[in-house]
Structure formats: structure tokens, C-alpha cells
Write a protein of this length. Structure first.
Length: 125
């Protein structure tokens, strides 16, 4: 794969993430937007600080306040986790081998970035 093809492939993948983020965020009910925004804003930092498993556990601990975000993360089609159900996401991440875990972590950081951008652009202050 040449450099141009890699760039186009990366752009398309990033564009898919952006579309997923904006579509997902647009469906967050008004009464849940405040909690969702807090969870999304914490997600990237939590991944960097404690790792992907710890960040997902943090979202799960939010209970019903984190369900929407967990569903959006599960539907992001991250490599090795395609088609996973939201309630099974953390368990499936734990079963990834080291290389898959690193790739999933990178991809979830990008998903988190796009979700945060979509929240900033979509939600009213």
C-alpha cells in the first residue's frame, strides 16, 4: 500500500469515526446530555491515565448514566470488537491479546476524541 493509499484509508477511517460520533451524540436525550458530556470529557483522560479496561470500568460504574456512552463505544466498530454488545464490551476488551489491546486503546482514544468534539459542537451550554 503506497503512502497516498494509506492516507486515504486513514482519512476514510477517521471520517467514519466522525460520522459515528456525530450520529451517536445527536441521539442522546436532552435529559441525559449533562451526564453524557461529563463521561465523554473524562473518557480520553481515563484511558491515558489508567488504561482502556479501567476507563471502561469507570463508565460501567456510572450505571444508567453511562449506558448510552457504553452503547456508543460498543457500536464504534473498533478492531477486534466488532459487533460486541455494550454489556459485554469490558469483558471482551480484557480477552484481547497485547497487540489487539494496544490497537483497541488507540482506536478508542480516537473515538473518544470524536465524541468529545461532537458533544462540544452539538450540545447547548
Amino acid at each position: 500500500m503506497g503512502k497516498t493509499e494509506r492516507v486515504q484509508h486513514a482519512l476514510l477511517r477517521d471520517q467514519r469515526r466522525a460520522l459515528h460520533a456525530y450520529d451517536s451524540v445527536s441521539k442522546v436525550p436532552k435529559e441525559q446530555q449533562r451526564d453524557y458530556k461529563i463521561a465523554v470529557n473524562d473518557l480520553g483522560a481515563n484511558i491515558l491515565r489508567g488504561g482502556l479496561c479501567a476507563a471502561l470500568a469507570s463508565v460501567q460504574r456510572l450505571g444508567s448514566r453511562g449506558e448510552v456512552l457504553l452503547a456508543h463505544l460498543a457500536s464504534a466498530n473498533v478492531s477486534g470488537l466488532e459487533g460486541v454488545k455494550p454489556q459485554d464490551l469490558a469483558q471482551r476488551v480484557q480477552k484481547l491479546d497485547a497487540d489487539q489491546y494496544i490497537i483497541a486503546t488507540r482506536e478508542f482514544l480516537q473515538v473518544a476524541t470524536w465524541l468529545k468534539r461532537a458533544v462540544q459542537a452539538t450540545f447547548e451550554e
